[in-house]
Design a protein around this ligand. Structure first.
Ligand code: DX5
Ligand code: ZN
Length: 243
């Protein structure tokens, strides 16, 4: 199925994505000095989403990369992989188009960092990308429910953002289940299907539990990019856990 991911100026319809569990490798624990090579390793292992953790050293206490690096990564990897940019930045309103123009198919913005969320999610879609909103562990699910009709994805943070390799916060369970119920109700009423993505501390040992809660898209960083094994071997462990 052509989801339009190859064209950064075409909005992919994430609702059409039939994969029961998308695995989105977070590049944060990859070798950032050899980013294209590590992403290619993930692609060769069978993954087609790339979760790009954009940090501004302001909204979160860490700094990664921005549009110039993403543009080069798009050139290196070609049009196929989905570039899922997790924008941990202040003032996404001012610069979201730069990320789309650099080759991102999908942008997710933090409700805690945006003044006019409803306006921004629609501006992102009009700008040519699909759109998600993300909730920090301390943010109630209601913040996402207010824009559920407008978005393709809701990302539930299961760590406080800023660093890879942190431990999963189990109290997100109720938030995920309430979100699942709200999306099911929206779909039952003919509304937009919305992916539930979870980010932080997702590993082979807890991914089946997340699926049972209704999660459809898992970001995995240190569970895939680590010194213990190749991405392919680590991914096999995740597939085993899901089978
Ligand atoms: C945290 C990032 C995550 C994180 C995932 O701020 O958004 O994408 O790096 O890494 P792991 O899977 O190691 O928690
Ligand atoms: Zn992330």
């Amino acid at each position: 199925m052509d989801l339009g991911y190859g064209n950064p100026h075409q909005t992919p319809n994430l609702g059409q994505c039939m994969d029961p569990m998308v695995i989105a490798p977070s590049v944060l624990t990859a070798n950032l000095a050899a980013l294209a090579e590590d992403c290619q390793e993930a692609i060769d292992a069978g993954l087609h989403w790339m979760h790009l953790d954009v940090m501004d050293g302001n909204f979160v206490p860490n700094l990664t990369f921005g549009p110039p690096v993403i543009r080069q990564l798009r050139k290196a990897l070609g049009p196929e992989p989905v570039f899922d940019a997790h924008l941990m930045i202040e003032n996404a309103e001012a610069c979201f188009q730069d990320y789309i123009d650099a080759g991102c198919n999908h942008l997710t913005v933090h409700v805690e960092a945006v003044k006019h969320l409803h306006r921004l999610v629609n501006a992102i879609r009009d700008g040519g990308a699909s759109v998600g909103v993300v909730l920090n562990p301390g943010t109630p699910v209601e913040a996402a429910l207010e824009v559920l009709t407008e978005v393709d994805l809701v990302l539930i943070m299961s760590v406080n953002p800023g660093f890879g390799g942190q431990s999963f916060i189990p109290t997100v369970e109720q938030k995920i289940k309430r979100l699942r119920a709200a999306i099911d109700e929206q779909v039952a009423n003919g509304g937009r299907p919305v992916q539930i993505q979870v980010d932080g501390g997702v590993k082979a040992h807890n991914i089946a539990m997340l699926r049972s809660w209704g999660v459809t898209n898992c970001v995995v960083g240190s569970g895939l990019f680590n010194d213990r094994a190749s991405v392919k071997t680590n991914l096999e462990a995740i597939h085993d856990a899901l089978s």
